[in-house]
Design a protein around this ligand. Structure first.
Ligand code: C2O
Ligand code: CU
Ligand code: CU
Length: 561
């Protein structure tokens, strides 16, 4: 029987389906820990539904790749090997890192090559993720299911009495939805007809009768999920995108938008033998929120629009030994940027246009993305307020790379307590203005940009994206003391360059940049001193940029004779 025949009647009778208990066991992605990570991207298969297997993109053999566990302050090295017959990129969503390591549209990984970024992790403990980010290909490659989750641990979070046994009382949940064709294959579409939790249809899982931590990621192309439980129980928000909030926030709903993460605690103490469903209460959201619309026909038609549906059926089993049974009263003390320390306010406009056949196109700053257009040059260490001013008739989840921000206001009002934390995605509601404050610290590179965009994959692909560089000088020369640790000779050269670093600083990466800012040569290295052969470059002035094992960079110019 094909999936379509099997799925459609179920959708029409959702409540009946739930009592039929045709559940599938939730898949818990494997974990990888340490400081060196090997990720291989290749097509793979998964038995998603009875009948044909589904071809999916996959990392290390699984649709929904491994969860990487990183420790704050450690340097991580990642080897991303692309075995697809197509170019891709892998972006580390939420990370503060050098732009060249960011994995955005400017770091393509051609087929059958390996990209090896590395940087010092300095994000707070929390849930982050990785996914493809090739310009105009994001929707297709994300639909294939390439990606995975990242859990960062740090000393603050580790000292708390929180559940953290992966897959037992600490459950990672990547939420998305898919449309299938008659042969069980994914159809690239903004909205799916079937909820998939960690890539599983109608997922169920048994959790212990104690406090359980659910780490939720909205990995969907477009849909927001209005999270809650079937018995409307209170649950507790403990993190926003970029780490712990000051204290758990009790809620009965949390609206999670594309790209966004939230960790929640749910207290199942004393409930062994009962069941409860984690659900999306999307019948409660307006048609201006992605997932709140119900399109009967057309490219956006789908079986989950503006209805409530299950995300995960939970059976509550016996408690584990050493179970956590209470919700903590305090978590951390965040110090957010003070509004008076902002040097400027940037206004990013969000607007609609009626052009194009597939419906409206959405603009940031009244223009569409171009790879070689830099919207903002931001001085290093600038503290800024970004005012996201929407005249669009639809809500858009706005995301910025490199930094975490603090939300000041949404539509002029203080955001709810459950959003008062470090964030990198905010849903800007239709025709409203959201304001956040952030600071652009540590990494400057005036050649490699970071992105800001709508996290709805279709909108992003269609050009609802912009880019900024941090630092103003042509080759990212921001720190002269830093550059003094690099010796470069002979200069002028006829084609052989020799660099030597003081203090045995190990250089991992060398880049030659021409006067127009283009990267003309790249070298992978692992040494504090080496010869570089650049004899094939034409005469003129160049910059050599070296990057060390922690992402620090050193720049000198040289003349080629
Ligand atoms: Cu999760 Cu620029 O993306
Ligand atoms: Cu990102
Ligand atoms: Cu959008």
């Amino acid at each position: 029987m094909t999936l379509k025949k099997w799925i459609l009647p179920c959708v029409a009778t959702l409540c009946v389906l739930q009592s039929h208990a045709q559940y599938n066991q939730l898949w818990i992605p494997d974990t990888l820990s340490g400081t060196t990570f090997d990720l291989v991207i290749r097509d793979t298969f998964r038995q998603v539904a009875p009948g044909n297997q589904t071809i999916t993109g996959g990392i290390n053999g699984n649709f929904w790749g491994p969860t990487m566990i990183w420790n704050k302050n450690e340097v991580v090295h990642i080897n991303v090997n692309n075995q697809l017959t197509d170019t891709t990129t892998i972006h580390w969503h939420g990370m503060h890192l050098p732009a060249i390591m960011d994995g955005g549209p400017h770091q393509p990984i051609p087929p059958f090559t390996t990209w090896a970024p590395y940087w010092k992790v300095n994000n707070n403990a929390g849930l982050y993720w990785y996914h493809p980010h090739l310009h105009m290909m994001a929707e297709e490659q994300m639909t294939m299911g390439i990606g995975g989750m990242i859990i960062i641990r740090d000393s603050v979070e580790s000292a708390l009495n929180l559940p953290r046994t992966y897959g037992v009382d600490d459950i990672p949940l990547a939420l998305s939805d898919r449309k299938f064709d008659a042969l069980n294959q994914f159809t690239v579409a903004p909205y799916g007809d079937s909820m998939m939790t960690n890539g599983v249809l109608r997922a169920e899982y048994t959790v212990p009768a104690q406090v359980v931590r659910l780490r939720l990621l909205d990995a969907a192309n477009e849909r927001s999920y209005n999270i809650g439980f079937s018995d409307n129980r209170t649950f507790y928000v403990i993190t926003t995108d970029g780490g712990l909030v000051n204290a758990p926030v009790p809620v009965t709903r949390f609206l999670l938008s594309a790209g966004e993460r939230v960790e929640i605690l749910v207290n199942c103490t004393g409930q062994a033998g009962t069941t409860v469903d984690l659900r999306a209460f999307n019948a409660e959201i307006t048609p201006q929120i992605p997932g709140g619309e119900s399109f009967p026909t057309g490219p956006f038609a789908n079986a989950l629009g503006h209805i409530n549906f299950n995300i995960l059926h939970l059976s509550i089993g016996a408690a584990t030994t050493g179970a956590i049974t209470t919700i903590p009263t305090a978590l951390t003390t965040n110090t957010f940027y003070n509004e008076s320390s902002a040097l400027l306010t940037r206004t990013v406009t969000i607007s609609d246009s009626a052009i194009g056949a597939g419906g409206p196109t959405f603009f940031l700053n009244h223009r569409l993305f171009e790879m070689d257009h830099i919207d903002y040059h931001i001085p290093l260490d600038n503290t800024e307020i970004w005012e996201l001013k929407s005249t669009s008739n639809f809500g858009h989840p706005f995301h910025i790379h490199d930094v975490q921000f603090y939300l000041l206001t949404i539509n002029g009002a203080t955001p709810p307590a459950s959003q008062q934390g470090w964030k990198d995605v905010v849903l800007v509601p239709a025709n409203q203005t959201a304001r956040f404050i952030t600071r652009f610290t540590e990494y400057s590179d005036s050649l490699k940009p970071y992105m800001f965009h709508c996290h709805i994959a279709l909108h992003e692909d269609a050009g609802m994206m912009g880019q900024f560089v941090v630092g103003n000088s042509p080759a990212g020369i921001m720190n002269k003391t830093q550059n003094a640790r690099m010796k470069l000779y002979p200069n002028p050269t006829k084609g052989l360059l020799h660099f030597a670093m003081t203090d045995n600083i190990i250089i991992k990466h060398a880049t030659v940049i021409n006067m127009r800012g283009q990267v003309v040569r790249e070298f992978e290295l692992n040494t504090h001193e080496s010869d570089l052969n650049v004899a094939d470059l034409s005469t003129g002035l160049y910059f050599l940029r070296l990057t060390d094992a922690e992402g620090g960079s050193y720049v000198k110019s040289y003349l080629m004779e």
